[in-house]
Design a protein. Structure first.
Length: 123
């Protein structure tokens, strides 16, 4: 599977809520770095946080995907769209740099505006 196909597979699994499949695409020591706090979070913690957030959604999709190959991974752009249980729609543009080694994701650097995310969630 090439890097762009892997990126699509990861977000297809996340969209389907299949945490086991989602985690299978990552190296065990993978970390996700966030621009808003500059903290590296282990992938299992990031996946658990995503699963916890999903409890507030009646649907979650990754739309307007623009995944571009890079020599050691891919550049990811998409809009995370969710419908909250109260019917409101949330849209959060996101950009990531995904690093891949031996067919497994070893690092993600994630960039999004937390003010937009907070406003979309009613915060």
């Amino acid at each position: 599977m090439d890097n762009v196909a892997l990126a699509h597979a990861v977000y297809d699994a996340a969209q389907a809520g299949d945490q086991a499949l989602f985690l299978s695409y990552f190296a065990p020591d993978c970390v996700v770095w966030h621009n808003f706090d500059q903290v590296e979070q282990p992938i299992k913690e990031a996946a658990a946080a995503l699963a916890a957030m999903a409890q507030h959604f009646s649907s979650l999709t990754y739309e307007e995907r623009r995944y571009i190959p890079a020599p050691d991974g891919a550049v990811i752009q998409h809009v995370s769209r969710a419908t909250l249980k109260d019917g409101r729609t949330v849209s959060i543009p996101t950009m990531q740099r995904m690093y891949i080694s031996n067919g497994r994701i070893r690092r993600i650097e994630e960039y999004f505006d937390t003010r937009a995310a907070s406003a979309a969630m009613g915060g």
